[in-house]
Design a binder for this molecule. Sequence first.
Ligand SMILES: [Zn+2]
Length: 200
Amino acid sequence: MSNEVLNSLLKEYEHKKLQAELDLEKRKEDLYLQIPRLKQIDDELNKFAIFTAKNILSDSSYPISDLSKKTAALKKEKEEILKSQNLSIDFLKPFYSCNLCRDTGYISNNNYKTTMCSCLKQKLINASFNKSNMSNLNLENFDNFNETLFSGDVDLAKYKFNISPRSNIKNIKNKCIEFVDNFDNPDYKNLLFTGNTGLR
Ligand SMILES: [Zn+2]
């Protein structure tokens, strides 16, 4: 897979992530106008979060447990306000397309090791699938295969074959089906198509 495809997908992700975050800001603003208490709570929670971080860094002896109790009470109040509006707590979080990677395409595990998210992997697979022309499988498949397009007459002089092109193509189709049915069988031989330029 070329870097070009990955780069354009990552740009798409960046855009999606930004949109989700801008959308959240808009939602927040509207809700704060309706319920100013929510803004107060969020401001307080932000203040506490900064204070806690500073406190940890400066190794201060301020009782963190006090702060955690206040934080928990504020979060509960916020949850109840949202519930009274028939909104879930997730309403004040960005609506990402993928909650696993938050639209970044990558996930960090507990050991800070970064791996590609399944959503991005799937998009890369789809991109290579489309390039391979295999995206037409719903139209071009064994069920829609029309052997009557091939002549049922034997033409020994033309094809040097004692069977008709239709019988021949039926044999080829059956071989292909057999191949697909045995795709997971390591003992089954591969198929090789040869012929003039343009064979597909
Ligand atoms: Zn993802």
